[in-house]
Design a protein around this ligand. Sequence first.
Ligand code: ADP
Length: 496
Amino acid sequence: MSHVTYENLIGGEWMPARGGRTFLNLNPADHSDVVGAFPSSYTDDVDLAVAAAKKAFATWRLVPAPKRADILYKAGTLLQERKEQFARDMTREMGKVIAETRGDVQEAIDEAFYVAGEGRRLFGVTTPSELQSKFAMSVRMPVGVVGMITPWNFPMAIPSWKLFPALIAGNTCVIKPAEDTPLSTLNLVKTLMDAGLPPGVVNIVFGFGPEAGAPLVSHKDVRAISFTGSSEVGSLVGQRAAATFKPVSLEMGGKNAQIVLDDANLELALDGAIWGAFGTTGQRCTATSRILLQKGIAEKFTAEFVARAKALVVGDGLDEATQVGPQINAQQIDTSARFVKIAQDEGAKLLTGGQALKSGPHAKGHFFEPTVFGGVTASMRIAREEVFGPVVSLIEFNTFEEAIEIANSIDYGLSTALYTKDVNRAFTAMRDLEAGITYINAPTIGAEVHLPFGGIKRTGNGHREGLGAIDFFTTWKAVYVDYSDKLQRAQIDNAE
Ligand code: ADP
């Protein structure tokens, strides 16, 4: 079957991998649909891309930030024009339903306009000096060449969270997108080029993690790494980056809890739980994978939640009637199935789902039934480990304090949600839930681009995207100007 063959973008030129190898990008809703062939890159391709980025840095860093912003504004406008096509491309390669891929492109649009505005706000601090006739200030400097490694679940939004703030700050970039969703990153970067980004400022190398991602992390000329993906790979990336003293921003897994108290608006909590658990087929790092139910409402909530989960329409995301798309690949289906078995072996009760769907309209894709487990306790693996699929656990509790304890009892700390009408408990939860994001009366998913995004514990290493990204992509420089015309020693050298 004929299909399009795509190329790496290095120094403004489209080129195949030097080794000539390619891999296929397949539609997860229909394996027979080949989205395209992409270069399978190795160290030599990464070396070329880093050299191109290094060369481009010499001039890009000198472009005034408001001028860099003009390119991002233009890219935002072009993305608006291309939104529908890019959303369709994304559903075809990634699977999530078209309404959600429109949202993914929209997030890149929002990020473009938000970050472009930052081009006039890269504020530093001026402060009085200890000494007379001496001026003291601090300025943000670009880091240099930044390497980016991105996952498949938000294939345009996540690259935009990294590329745009890095660019506004004057860095140049080499991005290695996930092997399952290369086209959406290509669409994003092509749009940046069409908006007037000079050659070499952003370079893409397609390929697999160990071959194309690892050399980027180790490269001596890459000054920082921004990674989003699994905690296992994130740990490796962090260790490798440390060897060359690179700052590294790691955004990783979650095991996000929605807590529902007896006084909650139950309809609202149900709507939030269904969306949080099964939106993006449960494949968001902020997906709701634990629902903590207070005893008074547990039975009613469970019955209604299971009925709604059963009624969800699973299918091809390009069909507007579909509510839950496929999982990304066979490996993720295996993971969901493995966790179903683990949960059953631990004594959890399968309330609905639990199987891969393999017949009729599902015969050619990676589909898994929306799956709900009841009778889950906080110590079970199904309640502690990330599944990254449409599998959710219901855990019952007696008191609010117990709920907070269960919510915090895991190794991850990304997103949390509390449904209640009690303002005191809402504020207590905002203070006590160990997570980078807490929602009150809203699901665990739904981050906005201009707030800090990230988590604690196994979820992250302290950096934030959104508000905070500029901190990662810049380095502070202190500048002193002495206009006294004499040698003034700093206070420490003048001490009586
Ligand atoms: P996910 O579970 O979302 O696929 P991964 O952590 O496996 O998360 O992948 C996230 C990104 O990290 C992908 O772009 C992948 O190719 C890349 N990656 C995987 N292994 C490595 C590695 N050893 N070094 C660098 N990058 C890697």
